[in-house]
Design a protein around this ligand. Structure first.
Ligand code: BG6
Length: 321
């Protein structure tokens, strides 16, 4: 891992620092020269903070988040692996989000060279205990990086290292909690007219009708085979998040709304107003890897200022620009 201040060829300063977070949990802080930053907790391999160059937090963290194993941290970007949801033999959303990851000191090279200088490589491998509940050998490598302009990129590489010749299958999600000013003022573009599985109706399949998605009650949907670009428009903050994904065909949209929020112990009663989960995911069709095979899934987030004039944002520009 890179540690301390580094000066790039162009003279910019970037930093990667290992330090202690809440309850002594190890975290890595990434800082870019223009001021943006991100924090990654080794517990869960979880991004817990992403700030723009004005120091504004872009990810939601619950006011009641518990930074202590075995509870997964409610906020930031938990990683759901090897099982999304409670559909399967494992605990809800799998175990990767409540394991201690390690810093990967010698990751295999990436095929494309990235200009990002502030990054960290993490790795998760199964413990003996994990093998009892999911009997497969794997190497899960996660790179978290910040671009010079403050974009946040997560790349996961999962390799089947079974020596018994057996394939394995998994589902996956980057369970991103976006921070929004007021959920009632938010719209999501890029998912309209798509099919979704509704978690609130026993995963029945529906087709999204009409316009962009807005929020006025609990939502828990898995949009299947979505475009690679989704926009989350926060009118009040005049901010648009653009999520780009690769290798992750689905997108989960979740907000628990008031009643469900009250039933979630580590979520404040009013927190639902300030969060929206839009999750790059592979859920409908599990990914299968034979021994020696590797899967790659990428999520890239950027936050851009947007203006809202008489009800008309320009979705074409956001989505196709
Ligand atoms: C979402 C699921 O991804 O995560 C919801 O679609 C679930 O069904 C939510 O309630 C939160 O899950 P958890 O396990 O973090 O409370």
């Amino acid at each position: 891992m890179r540690e301390g201040m580094k000066t790039t060829m162009s003279g910019e300063k970037v930093a990667v620092e290992l330090c202690k977070g809440i309850n002594g949990l190890d975290k890595i802080v990434l800082r870019e020269a223009r001021g943006s930053s991100a924090e990654v907790c080794l517990y869960g391999g979880q991004v817990t903070s992403w700030k723009n160059d004005h120091g504004e937090e872009l990810l939601f963290m619950s006011s009641k988040a518990i930074f202590k194993p075995p509870k997964a941290i409610r906020g930031g970007i938990p990683i759901c692996f090897p099982q999304f949801s409670s559909h399967g033999s494992l605990e809800q959303h799998g175990f990767a989000r409540n394991r201690i990851w390690s810093i990967d000191t010698d990751p295999p090279p990436f095929p494309t060279n990235s200009s990002n200088k502030a990054f960290v490589d993490l790795i998760l491998k199964p413990s003996e205990e994990d093998m009892k509940i999911w009997p497969h050998c794997y190497e899960f490598r996660l790179r978290v990086s910040l671009s010079p302009s403050g974009d946040l990129m997560l790349i996961s590489r999962i390799r089947n290292t079974n020596t018994d010749g057996k394939p394995f299958s998994f589902t996956f999600a980057y369970h991103t909690y976006f921070s929004v000013s007021d959920i009632s003022e938010v719209r999501v573009e890029g998912l309209e007219t798509l099919d979704y599985l509704d978690n609130l109706e026993d995963k029945k399949r529906f087709t999204e009708q009409g316009d962009a998605i807005t929020f006025e009650s609990e939502v828990d949907k898995i949009y299947v085979s979505t475009p690679t670009k989704i926009a989350i428009l926060d009118h009040e903050k005049k901010r648009t998040f653009v999520l780009r994904k690769d290798g992750l065909p689905d997108a989960v949209v979740w907000n628990p709304w008031d009643r469900k929020a009250k039933a979630i112990p580590d979520l404040g009663d009013d927190d639902y107003k300030h969060m929206l989960c839009v999750e790059a995911a592979a859920v409908e069709k599990p990914i299968t890897l034979k021994p020696g095979e590797e899967w790659k899934g990428r999520q890239e987030l950027c936050a851009v200022p947007s203006s809202y004039c008489s009800g008309q944002l320009d979705p074409q520009r956001v989505l196709h620009g």
